[in-house]
Design a protein around this ligand. Structure first.
Ligand code: IFM
Length: 479
């Protein structure tokens, strides 16, 4: 976590690197970001539908009502992946499509959509990897209190059971939550994500109930899926670096590491909340919503840890010229409870269209740290990628050389981490398609495939052909 290493981009003369046999090459998406069909076949609003329709919340007033229209173009998108030779596809199930009110029986048409998707993936030789929750909480559950309330975790376990009953015979790899840090701290802390609340105590309560939801969902999955199926969680583990070697900067890094990472890895993987987190937040909460038995429920054996990485987080201990968020999501309220006095700084290096520094050394250091903290837990990169201002040239080509350079650097970092002992089993590129980038609407393009939103037309970018070759050969070519 704590290291003052500076970016060392892969050099232009790097030799090619061969990944281990069986390394999984995938791409990832999320339901609200791509599906559209927001009111079709029984789906009801999620917190993101509500948030996006609230004036001023999302850039240009964009919503996921149509998105990339994947709901109707599912077959075409599977064919695209097959054409690119992608071995695995990580997608999320929309809770409000399967269980619209967050309670009661499943809607068959909702399940059918995912059954068809999974069948088509399997027919095409693509391994389906399902995420149960990528931020689209049914609005009715938010109206009943949302993630700060324990009942939401219990509802999530029931939804997980419905999903497992319907898809457990076909889907062999499951992820419970995607980036619960965003759900808790951007959703209930800074309010730049749905549901847009700005209450630090609610954010901490949400974090605990997301942890509980994860544990209960793993239990529900394990009760239903075959013994060889895999369960995991995808965390946006922040690689936190102190600005200098000073004690104050080191302490700032420790505090943010606790609030960003150990608030989840502590209970999920070690069986308890870190003492320093409890002490740092003592003025806000006594954590009395953690009931007897919760920590054992949350601490479920996992088959791998999903790691989402984009950029490092650089902090210092004194109020300085940093901005109040390190994650590029803006907003004028901090997502970090009990981190007064911590300043966030732009990491050195080139930036993507999100303003995030391109720094593959952060990924290398993160993988090494996680391997040493959890030596028996395999790692999978469940998200990595970059937004750039892509456009189709007059000939219709999208030449995204900057994305190729980003991917090359980060895959080299993954390869180096593996050589140095990290047990990394796969890499899911974010994202298959350009899509709805949350509060940024459609203004940020992360896709391997360019989407012309007015027509829905898909055009593989240069990076798609490049990645296809890496996936086909398992070799990262030298530049
Ligand atoms: O688009 C998001 C995704 O939904 C979650 N992880 C980060 C991506 C880029 O911001």
């Amino acid at each position: 976590m704590v290291s003052a290493a500076q970016p060392q981009p892969a050099s232009a003369t790097d030799a090619s690197r061969t990944f281990p046999a069986g390394f999984l090459w995938g791409s990832a998406t999320a339901a609200y970001q791509i599906e559209g069909a927001a009111a079709k076949n029984g789906r009801t609003p999620s917190i993101w539908d509500t948030y996006a329709r609230t004036p001023g919340r999302v850039r240009n007033g964009d919503t996921g009502d149509i998105a990339t229209d994947h709901y109707h173009r599912r077959r075409e998108d599977v064919a695209l992946m097959a054409d690119l030779g992608i071995g695995a596809y990580r997608f999320s199930l929309a809770w409000p499509r399967i269980q619209p009110t967050g309670r009661g029986p499943a809607v068959q048409m909702g399940l059918d959509f995912y059954r068809r998707l999974v069948d088509e993936l399997l027919d095409a030789g693509i391994q389906p990897v399902a995420t149960l929750y990528h931020w689209d909480l049914p609005q009715e559950l938010e109206d009943a209190g949302g993630w700060p309330e324990r009942a939401t975790a219990e509802r999530f376990a029931a939804y997980a059971a419905l999903a497992a009953d319907a898809l457990g015979d076909r889907v062999k790899t499951w992820t419970t939550l995607n980036e619960p840090w965003c759900s808790a701290f951007l959703g209930y802390g800074s309010g730049v994500h749905a549901p847009g609340r700005t209450d630090p105590v609610a954010a901490l309560r949400a974090a605990h109930h997301l942890n509980l939801a994860h544990g209960l969902a793993v239990q529900a999955l394990r009760d239903r899926i075959p013994a060889d199926a895999k369960c995991s969680v995808a965390l946006n583990v922040h690689h936190v670096r102190p600005l200098t070697g000073s004690e104050a900067d080191g302490d700032a890094a420790r505090r943010i590491d606790a609030l960003a990472n150990r608030v989840f890895t502590g209970p999920m993987l070690h069986g308890g909340y870190p003492q320093d987190l409890v002490e740092d937040t003592a003025a806000l909460t006594d954590w009395s919503y953690v009931r007897d038995g919760d920590l054992a429920l949350i601490h479920q054996p996992l088959d791998f840890l999903g790691v989402n990485y984009y950029t490092p987080t650089l902090v210092s201990g004194a109020d300085g010229d940093g901005s109040p968020t390190s994650y590029g999501h803006g907003g004028d309220r901090t997502p970090w409870p009990a981190a007064d006095g911590v300043a966030f700084h732009q990491s050195p290096g080139d930036t993507t269209a999100m303003g995030w520094a391109v720094d593959p050394t952060g990924l290398y250091d993160l993988l090494r740290r996680l391997s040493s903290e959890f030596p028996r837990l395999p790692l999978v990169i469940t998200e990595n990628g970059a937004a750039f201002d892509d456009y189709a040239d007059p000939a219709g080509h999208v030449n995204d050389a900057a994305r190729i350079a980003y991917l090359r650097g980060h895959l080299a970092a993954v390869h180096r981490a593996i050589e140095d002992g990290a047990d990394v089993r796969g890499y899911f590129l974010w994202s298959l398609l350009d899509n709805f980038e949350w509060a940024h609407g459609y203004s940020k393009r992360f896709g391997l495939v360019y989407v012309d939103y007015p027509t829905g037309t898909r055009t593989p970018k240069a990076s798609a052909r490049w990645y296809a070759e890496v996936a086909r050969t398992g070799v990262l070519p030298g530049a």
